[in-house]
Design a protein around this ligand. Structure first.
Ligand SMILES: Cc1cc2nc3c(=O)[nH]c(=O)nc-3n(C[C@H](O)[C@H](O)[C@H](O)COP(=O)(O)OP(=O)(O)OC[C@H]3O[C@@H](n4cnc5c(N)ncnc54)[C@H](O)[C@@H]3O)c2cc1C
Length: 478
């Protein structure tokens, strides 16, 4: 006789991955319970993404409007930021309604508001209630990593979500952490006139990224007045006259700066606390819950998806994993996750976007002679001329046979280009074939046209054909 459970599946966490997993599970006709400690309302990092990206978008609009001044159209010198912050909050409010418990209930998904703890391989407790399910999916995400710095508890020290609840943007700010989030805030805040200092403990910002791309990013950010201080370790923060004194050591020297606010972008850690992992025998480490390629944990009836499985924290990845976890938990299809490398975009105005291996990583994995790197500056794109946005360049790394293994692009709309390259790779499309696929003109697709044609030419065995093409394709020697 088969055991009777309350639900087919219980999902813990109504963030990007948990929501997708719930909707897919329900779509398969299953009985679903979604539990979130904060009713799923505005807690999901997806709302943070939307707020940050909207903020970046307005900064980009302001920055782009400056190129109109030669035409006699000028941007106001002073920008009122209260309306801007209010608009961003409204957007977040509006979007969080789409995934509210009320909307999910209309789809037939049961919801429970409260902190969940796994009791056994088939049961979850929240408050006084205990529910059973054939399968459990953990989608509890991450929480901010708060460094142990004396004075960090000051109300002038804020996290990204707190920044969007302010009524005006600070005139000066110290961002602790020169990683992906910190630099996006730095770039946009500087456009709105904030005096920004970024303190980074490492020797360089974005140390895992392609060196040439980072050099351009640094040049762009600092040209807006952002001060990047690397090798810096913060000693303490003191509140004085409604301002913060940030004491730090750089290269062995004690230094101090005074700002209106400190923004913490020191990274995130998986929200493993009090989930009952030890008691239920679920394996994990400091990077998150350990899963196999089917997103199954060490307990066969329990799956995990999204940021809690680490190591790359992105919404796109969390959502893809949410789908796969639901399919694998509730069907016999056993779909494997296909990717293992980063795939994301930063709004640094312009975007810095990436997927796959950097050139350095590719050289460490394959021999020098088996990979090929294509580089092309944005200024060779006709669309960049049309759109007055010729800053940036693209670097695409392929195996000699044209298989794409990495793309690193800094430039306007690079997120779309990198998505195109990632999809080509996932579909097994050779880089050289992109030059023969129809693309809208003018569009930034033309950034990829010349290097992909070059890749095609290099793969031709006929030296006459190679010679003719090489003579007619303008390209940068690299
Ligand atoms: C400021 C910021 C900007 C970002 N910008 C981008 C971006 O532009 N692009 C991008 O791709 N990614 C971005 N990210 C990352 C992205 O938001 C995350 O990768 C994604 O939201 C992760 O989804 P998730 O489902 O794994 O977790 P989350 O969205 O964190 O959801 C986890 C949910 O679990 C709930 N929960 C946790 N523990 C429990 C428990 N014990 N019981 C019940 N509920 C629990 C939480 O309340 C939360 O609702 C950003 C993140 C931040 C913080």
């Amino acid at each position: 006789m088969s055991i009777k459970y309350d639900y087919d599946v219980i999902i813990i966490g109504a963030g990007a991955s948990g929501l997708v997993a719930s909707v897919h599970s329900r779509g398969m006709g299953k009985k679903v319970l979604l539990i979130d400690k904060s009713s799923g309302k505005n807690s999901s990092k997806i709302i943070n993404d939307i707020q940050l990206k909207s903020f970046n978008k307005y900064a980009e609009d302001v920055e782009k409007s400056r190129i109109l001044s030669p035409l006699g159209i000028t941007t106001p010198q002073k920008i009122t930021t209260d309306a801007l912050l209010a608009t961003i909050r409204e957007k977040a409010e509006m979007l969080s309604k789409f995934s509210s418990f009320t909307e999910l209930n209309k789809l037939g998904i049961d919801t429970h508001s409260g902190k969940a703890r796994i009791q056994s391989e088939h049961s979850v407790k929240s408050g006084t209630k205990e529910y059973s399910a054939r399968k459990i999916i953990i989608a509890a995400g991450t929480q901010p990593m708060i460094p142990a710095i004396p004075g960090i508890e000051s109300s002038l020290v804020i996290t990204p979500s707190k920044l969007f609840s302010l009524t005006t943007i600070p005139k000066s700010i110290c961002i602790i952490g020169g990683g992906t989030a910190g630099l996006q805030f730095a770039s946009s805040l500087s456009v709105f006139g904030t005096k920004v200092v970024v303190l980074e403990t490492e020797e360089k910002i974005l140390r895992r990224e392609d060196n040439e791309v980072v050099e351009i990013a640094e040049k762009i950010i600092t040209s807006r007045g952002v001060q990047l201080i690397t090798n810096a370790s913060v000693e303490k923060i003191e509140e004085q006259n409604d301002k913060c004194n940030v004491h730090f050591i750089q290269d062995g020297k004690k230094r101090k700066l005074t700002v209106e606010n400190v923004l913490l972008t020191t990274g995130r850690i998986p929200a493993l606390d009090k989930l009952g992992l030890d008691e239920s025998g679920i394996a994990y480490n400091n990077r998150g819950i350990s899963v196999n390629k089917f997103l199954q944990t060490s307990v066969p009836s329990i799956y995990a998806c999204g940021d809690i499985t680490g190591p790359y924290y992105t919404t796109n990845r969390a959502e893809t994993q949410g789908t796969i976890a639901a399919i694998n938990a509730l069907t016999n299809r056993n779909q494997a996750i296909k990717y293992s490398e980063p795939f994301w975009s930063l709004s640094l105005i312009p975007d810095l976007s990436r997927f796959g291996l950097t050139e350095k990583e590719a050289l460490a994995r394959y021999s020098t002679f088996s990979i090929r790197t294509f580089k092309i500056p944005y200024k060779y794109s006709m669309n960049s001329v049309v759109r007055d946005s010729s800053e940036g360049f693209a670097k695409i790394i392929c195996k000699n046979n044209g298989t794409i293994i990495g793309a690193h692009i800094i430039g306007e709309n690079s997120a779309e280009l990198v998505t195109r390259l990632h999809q080509a790779q996932q579909n097994g499309t050779n880089f050289s074939n992109l030059s023969f696929l129809d693309a809208i003109f003018p569009s930034y697709s033309d950034v990829l046209a010349k290097p992909s044609l070059k890749s095609y030419v290099e793969q031709q065995s006929n030296s006459l054909v190679r010679g003719i093409f090489q003579a007619i394709i303008p390209h940068k020697k690299n």
